[in-house]
Design a protein around this ligand. Structure first.
Ligand code: ZN
Length: 504
């Protein structure tokens, strides 16, 4: 018999979870269906649900229950649903209790206003229009940081996206990526002629792209009665239960690679949401464990699968059939190479696999400096442009394609960016682990059978939800801590071969 306090705790947590899922429905609708006229009312509705949720989570009643249950939770198996619920709820409560509801509300309001101003500013490439909102978001984040006894002011911000990870460790990891990628990208640029992607340049009618994507989705192991897919300007995935997952994708008639790769990317997120154990529903554990782990899943399906030789040996025929004028007789090898071209560019979301982490490094560096007070927001465009030149060798002539390209800072989401690179790193480690466990994985992918990969990920990553942290999952699947080695080895081997680089 569970203690009566656990029954009470689960009842309160179920209500908080319902508020949170209702907010997710409103957000999904806002980004896929809602006419623009709904914006102001929707912001208020979401704000109300957020406030109710925050007030309940930090309530003394939950505080009492998690304290009473703490020792019981330590005596039962660590992985059990009960122990996990107590552990995660206690952590969430203690964190929420530090943050006044008033501050939470002000941050939410500033995020809505900031995003609105950012859209206008980006349209006109007018950083000055956005600057006061950026400054306001930073000011509120400083109050937020003061709620914690943090060694580094960036720590509490990073913790919102990557629970338990410290800035110092993230900095070591990202620095290792940067130091390895700069010479690798330079070497690839010297051999740029080795990879030809001219076959992807042209107009690909959207109606046909939709059919290719529908075909791709049918070949992926997604239960059709538990998922749906819609279109959104900025694709994302959300879920209202593990049995109700919402995918989105986007189409651009000049970017066929984008719609295929972004569909695979979002499916990777969707598999995660869909794979969390149903027994965890209506608890705070029924979530992905971290943003980095979530991104590891999407990047694995996008890159290790979607940009691989076995995938193209299977999929090239479908593209050739859908776009005969462009691809007739192109073959698997030509398409595989075209989908892996490396070309340093201005925009993060369009970046190739090799330069992507340099875009992230730059953002991580700049936001740490802003949060730490070492870089005034007014000097951001200049710092951005200088470092784009330094890391990627590209010239920014327009803030819309520079510092204004991403939504994150307008919403006050400082600490989010590094989790994209962490996802790449973890994907590299998990990819080694799954290939060691499933020696036939390449052959299965070449046959178009993606089920073994999804099942392995479900068993070792997805089902746990937040029962295990990202580093605990990596420890259990690879026997070691989160480390960049496997990802960098994968990149060196793959691009060394594609571009014919001399072995180093
Ligand atoms: Zn993603």
């Amino acid at each position: 018999m569970p203690p009566p306090e656990l029954v009470d705790l689960r009842r309160l947590l179920a209500e908080i979870s319902d508020l949170d899922r209702a907010r997710a429905v409103l957000e999904w609708d806002e980004r896929t269906m809602m006419p623009p006229g709904g914006t102001a009312a929707r912001a208020q509705q979401i704000g109300t649900l957020e406030r109710l949720k925050h007030d309940r989570l930090r309530s003394p009643e939950i505080g009492r229950l998690v304290d009473v249950l703490a020792s019981y939770g330590e005596d039962i198996p660590f992985d059990s649903d009960e122990a996990s619920v107590i552990r995660v709820a206690r952590r969430d409560h203690q964190k929420a209790a530090r943050i006044p509801t008033k501050l939470k509300e002000e941050m939410a309001l500033a995020a809505v206003a900031g995003e609105h101003a950012w859209r206008e500013a980006r349209e006109r490439s007018d950083f000055a229009h956005f600057l006061p909102h950026l400054e306001r978001n930073l000011e509120l984040k400083r109050y937020y940081v003061e709620c914690f006894d943090a060694a580094d002011p960036y720590d509490p911000l990073l913790d919102d996206f990557e629970p338990g990870m410290h800035t110092a460790d993230m900095a070591i990891l990202l620095n290792e990526l940067k130091e390895a990628l700069l010479p690798l990208v330079a070497a690839v640029r010297e051999h740029a002629e080795a990879v030809d992607d001219s076959v992807l340049i042209g107009v690909f009618p959207i109606e046909r792209q939709r059919r290719v994507v529908a075909d791709l989705l049918r070949s992926l192991p997604i239960p059709p009665d538990e998922c749906r897919i819609d279109e959104a300007a900025h694709p994302f995935v959300t879920s209202f239960s593990p049995h109700d997952v919402r995918l989105t994708t986007r189409y651009d008639e000049r970017d066929l690679a984008g719609s295929i790769l972004s569909t695979l990317h979002e499916c990777g997120h969707g598999f995660y949401e869909n794979g969390i154990d149903s027994t965890l529903e209506q608890t705070p554990v029924c979530r992905a464990t971290s943003y980095g782990m979530h991104e590891s899943q999407s990047r694995m399906w996008e890159n290790q699968v979607g940009r691989s030789v076995p995938f193209w040996r299977n999929f090239h025929k479908r593209l050739e059939a859908a776009f005969p004028a462009q691809f007739k007789g192109a073959g698997a090898e030509r398409l595989h190479r075209a989908f892996n071209v490396v070309r340093p560019s201005l925009i993060r979301v369009d970046a190739d696999e090799l330069t992507y982490d340099l875009h992230i490094y730059l953002r991580f560096e700049l936001e740490r400096e802003m949060v730490g007070g070492r870089l005034p927001a007014s000097e951001l465009p200049e710092a951005w442009n200088t470092r784009m030149h330094e890391y990627l060798g590209v010239e920014v002539t327009d803030d819309a394609e520079g510092v204004l390209q991403d939504v994150h800072w307008s919403e006050g989401a400082f600490g989010y960016f590094p989790t994209y690179s962490l996802g790449n790193v973890i994907a590299g480690q998990l990819w080694d682990a799954v290939n060691a466990a499933l020696p036939d994985l390449s052959e299965e992918i070449e046959r178009g059978n993606y089920l073994p990969l999804r099942e392995w990920l479900r068993e070792h990553v997805h089902r746990y939800g937040r029962s295990l942290t990202a580093s605990e999952i990596v420890e259990r699947t690879t026997g070691g801590p989160i480390a960049a080695g496997p990802y960098l080895r994968y990149l060196r081997e793959k691009y060394g071969e594609l571009y014919g680089l001399p072995a180093s």
